[in-house]
Design a protein around this ligand. Structure first.
Ligand code: ADP
Ligand code: MG
Length: 621
């Protein structure tokens, strides 16, 4: 049969040029692409054979073989899949069928062409072979055709390719790469095997290589005429749940997470519908060192139809779930999907939403059925989960239920629902206090009245708490209220007698109050009498809507300008120190010491510690 020489479609020529000039830094992907094509060809045969079993001929076991010939300097990827007839070989290997890719290549030029990021965004597929080969020969026969209707396609990957009819007994396709100068590293069992392990381990088809054996006589490895499977050929996540043991799930976790401690929980699902994917997600037992780094890589690996695409696919999981490990295997995404593309893909968005719901479900389950495990999860990852309250409004309610706190009544583990269940008759708000440490929160003067009345207050000391509370205003209709913001209004919890007592005290105290305001006019927005305090003489509060002292300090530590709003000084008119103000010769010193102590009591730092010391000394002598 005569040989034809044909020209590549113009866009293919451009693509080939880009492949050979720009993809050099990531050349091992050619093996992934060619093995994936071989696997697709086997899938197609299996599908067509559903209606026509004869297509299997006498070789029903579908497989991929990879071999190399050091003398000829070739690497061959063979499959016994569907194969191609002459017209298919010309069309499939000589043109780019996908219009999107075609347009994209058409537009790329000059500077852009050297940008490998861009190139990663479209399908290189078969042509990636030219990264390492300066000639590719494809020998193929379509399943069902007679042995003399095989095809040989060959090209140096420049302008043209040749096609001729050959005799080929074997069904399917051999892709023979004639290696470029300098690509001898591919003439190695180890190199090919490790690349297969990296990208194609979980392809459900066996990938075979010739067995090698050490020969003491020759002092080198010799290649035997026996084939062995070099990939795992089984993606755990693609198997039916009912067929996987707990031990298998755990050992798989160890493999992918490099974590020898067993996971706290896992969830495994096949999602069908608009977007099809499999998810196998694990909750680790221990937080890694770098959990606090928000740029930290997430632990979710992306596969497309069992082919490994990338580690730490951040787009698949919201940042506040960055501790989750596992695998997502999509049936919809293209093999060559890039990180940039992931950000925009609607399929990815559907996957992220679905996976978020699954993880939250897993946490709810743990919280409901295994309080000890949930407590241990919370201790490790709770502060990260809190970020979600501000970031993920769609799931805010579910997240709020998962929060756990310390309070004035329990060391830890208080949920908002627990709190709400113990609220006093007539109590309308959920009270909390934020501070730099739990100890500071616990001993804060602002809690005195709440303690006296037996009202529970949540104690918050994580860095993220202020931020979270800026987004969480209520829980099941009950407002969250800081005990250090605004005037205390305990509503009906405060009895009338007390209120009247306060008003009377304030009236009697008015002249002193006016002097205090004047003495502290550069430091306090206002000075007022409070019932909030029992044992302490004074405390600082901020106006509803102003930034708390704690948050201002956090911002300052982070090097951000914190708007210097002035606090309000509240004084306990019943306190001996406050009573001493009236008629004191040292009024000014006393007033400033009162203020400075209130700053210290809430864990703040004095702007002028030396002045404070002098004042205290003057009062002491
Ligand atoms: P894609 O796999 O995304 O379609 P490729 O460039 O990888 O793009 O392959 C182009 C086409 O060539 C495939 O769609 C297929 O029709 C054909 N092809 C490539 N390799 C094989 C193979 N081993 N067996 C049969 N057909 C193949
Ligand atoms: Mg392909």
């Amino acid at each position: 049969m005569n040989k034809q020489t044909l020209s590549f479609q113009a866009e293919v020529q451009q693509l080939l040029h880009l492949v050979t000039h720009s993809l050099y830094s990531n050349k091992e992907i050619f093996l992934r692409e060619l093995i994936s094509n071989a696997s697709d060809a086997c899938d197609k045969l299996r599908f067509e054979a559903l209606n026509e079993a004869a297509l299997f001929e006498d070789a029903p076991t579908l497989e991929v073989r990879v071999s190399y010939d050091a003398a000829a300097r070739t690497v061959t990827i063979s499959d016994n899949g569907i194969g191609m007839n002459e017209a298919e070989a010309i069309a499939n290997l000589g043109t780019i069928a996908k219009s999107g890719t075609r347009e994209f290549v058409g537009k790329l030029s000059g500077e852009q062409a050297r940008d490998t990021q861009l190139i990663g965004q479209f399908g290189v597929g078969f042509y990636s072979g030219y990264i390492v080969a300066d000639r590719i020969t494809v020998e193929t026969r379509r399943a069902g055709l007679p042995a003399d209707e095989g095809v040989r396609w060959s090209s140096a990957g420049t302008g043209e390719f040749e096609v001729e009819r050959i005799a080929r007994a074997q069904r399917g396709t051999d892709v023979i790469l004639h290696l470029r100068e300098g690509e001898d590293e591919w003439l190695s069992q180890w190199k090919i095997k490790s690349t297969i392990a990296k990208y194609s381990d979980h392809i459900s088809l066996p990938i075979l290589m010739r067995r090698q054996e050490w020969s003491a006589e020759k002092s080198e490895y010799v290649t035997l005429d026996e084939w062995e499977t070099v990939n795992k050929a089984a993606a755990l996540w693609a198997r039916a749940k009912s067929e996987i043991t707990d031990a298998e799930y755990k050992s798989f976790y160890e493999q992918i997470a490099f974590d020898s401690a067993p996971p706290l929980a896992y969830t495994h699902n096949r999602v069908e519908g608009r977007s099809e994917y499999i998810q196998l997600l694990y909750l680790p037992a221990k937080a890694p060192q770098d959990l606090w780094n928000r740029d930290r890589k997430s632990g979710v690996k992306l596969y497309v139809k069992r082919v490994f695409i990338m580690d730490d696919a951040q787009a698949l999981m919201p940042s506040y779930l960055r501790f989750v490990k596992g695998v997502i295997d999509s049936s919809d995404l293209p093999l060559n999907v890039s990180r940039e593309l992931l950000q925009e893909s609607r399929d990815v968005k559907a996957i992220r939403e679905g996976s978020t719901k699954r993880v939250l479900g897993m946490l709810e389950d743990l919280a409901a059925n295994d309080a000890d495990k949930y407590a241990s999860f919370w201790a490790e990852f709770g502060a990260v989960l809190k970020e979600g309250v501000g970031e993920d409004h769609a799931n805010q309610e579910r997240l709020a239920k998962l929060l756990r706190f310390a309070s004035t009544q329990a060391e830890a583990g208080v949920s908002l629902a627990d709190y709400a269940g113990r609220m006093k008759d007539g109590q309308e708000a959920i009270y909390y206090i934020t501070a730099d440490t739990l100890a500071a929160a616990k001993s804060s003067p602002q809690l005195e009245l709440f303690r006296k009345k037996g009202i529970e207050v949540l104690l918050l000391a994580d860095r993220v708490d202020e931020w979270m509370l800026a987004h969480l205003f209520e829980f099941e209709g009950k407002p969250l209220q800081s005990v250090a913001k605004g005037a205390v209004d305990l509503g009906t919890l405060q009895d009338e007698a007390e209120k009247q007592q306060l008003e009377a005290a304030a009236a009697a105290f008015k002249p002193v109050l006016d002097r205090l305001k004047d003495a502290l006019k550069d430091r306090a927005k206002d000075v007022r009498v409070t019932t909030r305090l029992v044992d302490s003489p004074a405390c600082l509060v901020v106006e509803e809507g102003d930034m708390s002292g704690h948050l201002a300090r956090l911002l300052k530590q982070a090097g951000q300008a914190a708007p210097a709003g002035q606090p309000i000084l509240e004084v306990n008119a019943e306190h001996a120190l406050v009573k001493r103000l009236d008629g004191s010769e040292r009024f000014d010193d006393l007033a400033h010491v009162l203020f400075d102590q209130a700053v210290l009591a809430e864990g703040g730092q004095l702007e002028d510690p030396a002045a404070y010391v002098q004042r205290v000394n003057r009062l002491l002598t």
